[in-house]
Design a protein around this ligand. Structure first.
Ligand code: G1P
Length: 291
């Protein structure tokens, strides 16, 4: 049973400067909710109620967001603002959320290593705190289902255009079905000619505690950081690792263009914005056609 989730959220967010100079990229809002709230919701919707967030310097706003705020609560109560009151309370009660700080930004592998004591001897899910995946069945649930079938490490992947392979961890292997592949190669941000496929690691993983030993043996890789992808490549020599092609749309919030697209897509799905926002966008497009 997968009962715990780990959300690494310690990165510096350099791709989103200057907005991330003094605030965590995971707190960038998509309309009115910070990105990390969507990520926590995905875990909760997949039956997980124990979440460890790996934070770091300048990330205190994440802790405050998932904490109670008695002053704000009583103000909302005074104003009889039931909707916001309930929402503010709900956020603090979404799950048992724990925090640990990564002391230096030494990469995703190092961040996940901080979870070893909390996780203990159980499989766990890792959800990157800057990636939202919009899907009918939460992607974490999709991975848990695959884990229950194969009882081994499962990595979420998705097909990407070839010219983008150098931005991602890339998995190669032998297809077992449409969705499932047994991985035999994992490379972090390869050059196009070195990429084993165009299947990119999509920011969700089911890991077993064996990963911690593999991280210990992993030396610094891309960007002089301990890469989770390299640790998984080491682990693969001893254990089967499955790639699961996700059903859903992935949004990488750390990337400015993706962030804009996410806002548009999510606004068009919200009842109160869909119509006026779409008509605004149509006007804009018409104006741009004329110029
Ligand atoms: C990380 C992982 C990479 C994965 C990507 C997904 O990279 O190292 O394997 O494909 O997330 O978003 P980052 O985006 O932190 O550079």
């Amino acid at each position: 049973m997968v009962k715990k989730a780990v959300i690494p959220a310690a990165g510096l967010g350099t791709r989103f400067l200057p907005a991330t100079k003094a605030q965590p990229k995971e707190m960038l809002p998509i309309i009115d909710k910070p990105t990390i709230q969507y990520v926590v919701q995905e875990a909760v919707d997949s039956g997980i109620d124990d979440i460890l967030i790996i934070s770091g310097k300048g990330k205190r706003a994440i802790e405050d967001h998932f904490d109670r705020n008695p002053e704000l609560e009583s103000k909302l109560e005074e104003k009889n603002d039931e909707i916001f009151y309930n929402e503010i309370r709900r956020i603090a009660d979404m799950a048992n959320i724990h925090f640990i700080r990564q002391k230096e930004t030494n990469g995703l592998g190092d961040a996940v290593y901080y979870a070893r004591q909390h996780v203990g001897n159980e499989p766990f899910v890792v959800l990157l705190g800057d990636t939202i995946i919009d899907s009918v069945i939460p992607v974490t649930q999709q991975l848990i289902d695959t884990y229950e079938q194969y009882q081994c490490t499962v990595i979420a992947v998705e097909e990407i255009p070839k010219d983008k392979v150098s931005r991602y961890g890339i998995a190669g292997g032998k297809k077992m079905s449409d969705k499932i592949m047994e991985i035999n190669q994992l490379v972090e941000k390869p050059k196009l000619e070195e990429a084993p496929s165009n299947l990119a690691i999509a920011g969700r993983y089911i890991l077993t505690p064996e990963i911690f030993k593999a991280i210990e043996k992993t030396s610094k890789g891309k960007n002089n950081e301990i890469q989770l992808t390299d640790a998984l490549q080491l682990l693969m020599r001893r254990e089967m690792i499955i790639a699961h092609t996700i059903e859903g749309k992935r949004y990488d919030i750390g990337n400015k263009l993706d962030y804009l697209k996410t806002t548009v897509d999510f606004a068009l799905k919200r009842k109160e914005f869909a119509e006026p926002f779409l008509s605004y966008l149509k006007d804009k497009i018409a104006q741009h056609r004329d110029t």
